[in-house]
Ligand binder design. Structure first.
Ligand SMILES: [Zn+2]
Length: 232
């Protein structure tokens, strides 16, 4: 991983930033300093100097579980809702249907080169897992649940323009989707990790904000809209 959380702040720092921080704090050996933190499990990560100028990176040096080590083992992935509230299902589906274009636009902001077929795969998965049925759902958070439902592969991207594979994670306070609703996403982080083969390349943290409902950077044609609505 080339970026980690700052030891004390919720900001991402690079390998050179970290080395500077260790030096500023008077440490001769960078690994003697407190360590950067994994953006997902928040545990300390070790630092390894690169062979070339810019490839120094951070890594977990233990056998403890962290979903970044194995993206497919994200704890909330593939879990069908345990308690279905028919009222919530209606409310959430209605929300998705009436805001489909804003949701598409928000997803396109956080998933570079999102393809319409990927959006459809997400909607199919949402229906299969009945993510609309989570009790106490906050409909505005639905796009942030959607991004965790599939992995975003270069081969499936729009015109195959995506260079890296993207997987989305919540920080470790979120063990299942229901946990998100409790604090309405305010205290949880959504983390996007980019992989090249299975190596973590880049990390980005997204705010689970609701303002996406009042902006629309990416549009759908009428035909595309009807197509995706069939899958909700
Ligand atoms: Zn971790």
């Amino acid at each position: 991983m080339f970026e980690v959380l700052h030891p004390y702040d919720n900001t991402l720092i690079t390998h050179p930033d970290y080395i500077k921080l260790a030096l500023d704090n008077g440490f001769q050996r960078t690994n003697d300093y407190v360590g950067g933190r994994c953006p997902v499990c928040k545990r300390e990560m070790k630092v390894r100097a690169g062979h070339k100028k810019d490839d120094g990176h951070f890594y977990h040096n233990d056998s403890e579980f962290c979903p970044t080590k194995d993206p497919a083992s994200r704890p909330y992935l593939g879990k069908v809702a345990a308690q279905i509230d028919p009222h919530a299902v209606n409310l959430n589906r209605k929300f998705v249907r009436s805001n489909i274009e804003c949701i598409w636009s928000r997803l396109s902001e956080i998933v570079p080169y999102l393809d319409l077929l990927e959006f459809i795969a997400i909607l199919k998965e949402a229906r299969r897992l009945n993510v609309y049925g989570y009790v106490g759902g906050v409909p505005e958070l639905i796009p942030y649940v959607f991004v965790t439902l599939i992995n975003f592969l270069p081969s499936k991207s729009r015109e195959q323009k995506r260079k890296l594979k993207f997987c989305f994670f919540y920080d470790s306070s979120v063990k299942k989707y229901e946990d998100l609703w409790i604090d309405k996403g305010i205290n949880s982080d959504l983390v996007r990790i980019s992989y090249k083969n299975s190596e973590t390349i880049r990390v980005k943290i997204f705010d689970m904000e609701y303002q996406y409902l009042s902006r629309q950077k990416f549009r759908l044609s009428e035909k595309q809209k009807n197509w995706v609505l069939d899958e909700v």
